[in-house]
Design a protein around this ligand. Structure first.
Ligand code: 5GP
Ligand code: MG
Length: 181
């Protein structure tokens, strides 16, 4: 059991939401998805790296056979004047007319999710549904409908449960918030 405080690089983090609270919300979302989507043959697309832990916990509680794949947003220096373009990579199945459920770790400004949904809509799915573990409503500028939300949090920088600070800390089963910001 980790103690209440951890240090990653130059920052100190303290426990913010513990494992039992997280698992309670994951179970709630799983129940909602089982109820809503069992007869719609959904395909779940987890967004790497951050969503791996939420996705894994969630999928274990799906009580019908589901299809699962993972995608990643790759940055590359585009030739466009807008600079960096992020491309969704790893799509290896036909999404046309499918009910697609995007599994995200966190929606902050919403820019990332907006990018993901725009690219996925090009595959002409029947529906695009979003399940995010965390949402920072105060920071969200892209008003994207979020179908399933685990926990709404204030504008704090958090790590653990899949989320990192400079590559470290994704492994913790509790969620930690930075101290002093
Ligand atoms: P958005 O595009 O919604 O502003 O941000 C999405 C991405 O920013 C997330 O996928 C995540 O990588 C990162 N992010 C936003 N807020 C946090 C946070 O509190 N902690 C961590 N570790 N990453 C965050
Ligand atoms: Mg993410």
């Amino acid at each position: 059991m980790p103690s209440g405080r951890i240090k990653v690089h130059d920052k100190t983090f303290e426990i913010f939401i513990d494992e039992s609270e997280i698992q309670k919300e994951v179970a709630r979302i799983a129940g909602e998805i089982n109820r809503d989507l069992a007869d719609r043959d959904p395909v779940f697309l987890g967004i790497l790296n951050g969503a791996f832990m939420f996705a894994s916990d969630l999928f274990k509680q799906m009580d019908f056979p589901v299809q699962i794949s993972f995608l990643k947003l790759a940055s590359y220096a585009g030739t466009s004047s807008t600079g960096t373009v992020k491309q969704l990579i790893g799509i290896n199945m036909d999404l046309k007319d499918r009910v697609v459920v995007v599994i995200e770790d966190i929606v902050d400004t919403g820019v990332t999710l907006d990018t993901i949904l725009r690219q996925l809509s090009g595959y002409q799915p029947e529906a695009l549904i979003v399940a995010t573990f965390l949402h920072k409503p105060e920071a969200t500028i892209h008003k994207i409908p979020l179908d399933y939300v685990g926990i709404r949090i204030p504008n704090k920088f958090v790590i653990g449960y899949g989320l990192d600070y400079n590559g470290y800390g994704r492994n913790f089963k509790d969620l930690y918030a930075v101290v002093g910001d």
